[in-house]
Ligand binder design. Structure first.
Ligand SMILES: Cc1cc2nc3c(=O)[nH]c(=O)nc-3n(C[C@H](O)[C@H](O)[C@H](O)COP(=O)(O)OP(=O)(O)OC[C@H]3O[C@@H](n4cnc5c(N)ncnc54)[C@H](O)[C@@H]3O)c2cc1C
Length: 240
């Protein structure tokens, strides 16, 4: 199997995570096992009715396993084609896929790490964190923080999963932050970049992984560089 081969992915499950967002589960047809590294993405391809070919990248939102399954987490984008096509797919339908691609993957050796995401930028971190925390050898003695920004309570995807992971692992801190949380919200408020300094505490010997839209990534990179971080310690994946 090479990443440039085209495979057919069959939708096995579609779950609405919030109004515009879906969690989609697929299996790669004809493959006993689909191998990838947490953080990698797939290139999905389909044709519009007029025949125009559309190809878009989607991060894999599940950890690798010993089977041919994987998950995606995506938003409907207004006037976009592929995101709406995928969100409208029915169980049993197929899509062409190439990959896995990308080097937004964990850099060994693991350091204390802050993962910063907004919206569906959580996808690669769901893959990385499930993989890391599944085996003590992969994360022992390292502190991990997930700073996850959304607008309101109902937009926090995979909330129960991350709460459970944090309850099970003392070295993993899950920090959802809401820009428009209700008066009842007990967690962090505001944008993700407003909370980074208090987590890194002037340290620059950590890694930061950042995923989501360009504006948020820029704000966090600038902040970390201003705190004296080497740019090689700041890894990012931009969705727009
Ligand atoms: C490496 C990589 C991984 C990605 N992984 C994911 C993922 O896991 N989940 C996910 O939802 N998206 C992901 N994206 C974005 C995805 O590839 C598409 O760009 C997005 O789904 C829009 O495609 P579209 O065909 O519907 O709209 P398009 O016709 O491509 O875009 C319509 C308009 O929306 C803007 N736009 C593009 N992406 C977004 C966005 N995410 N939010 C708001 N506006 C946007 C575009 O600038 C354009 O103006 C990823 C992108 C890259 C490069």
């Amino acid at each position: 199997m090479t990443p440039f081969q085209t495979f057919t992915a069959r939708l096995t499950r579609s779950v609405a995570l919030s109004e515009p967002t879906k969690h989609l589960e697929f299996e790669m047809r004809g493959l006993p096992r689909f191998g990838f590294v947490p953080g990698q993405w797939l290139s999905l391809k389909t044709n519009k009715l007029d025949g125009e070919e559309i190809t878009r990248a989607y991060s894999i939102a599940s950890p690798p396993g010993n089977d041919n399954r994987f998950a995606l987490c995506l938003n409907r984008v207004q006037d976009g084609f592929m995101s709406n096509f995928l969100c409208d797919m029915k169980k049993g339908e197929d899509i062409s896929s190439q990959g896995p691609f990308g080097d937004f993957i964990l850099r060994p050796p693991l350091r204390d790490t802050i993962f910063i995401a907004t919206g569906t930028g959580i996808a690669p971190f769901r893959s990385m964190l499930h993989w890391l925390l599944a085996d003590p050898v992969r994360h022992q003695s390292k502190q991990l923080w997930l700073l996850f920004g959304n607008r309101t309570e109902k937009d926090i995807y995979y909330h129960d999963e991350f709460l459970r992971l944090a309850a099970e692992h003392a070295n993993f801190q899950y920090l959802p932050t809401l820009s428009r949380g209700s008066t009842d919200w007990q967690g962090l408020r505001g944008y993700v970049q407003e909370h980074v300094s208090s987590i890194v505490w002037g340290r620059s010997d950590m890694h930061a992984y950042i995923c989501g839209l360009d504006k948020m990534i820029k704000a966090n990179r600038e902040l970390l560089k201003g705190l004296g971080w080497d740019r090689k310690s700041i890894l990012f994946e931009k969705y727009d």
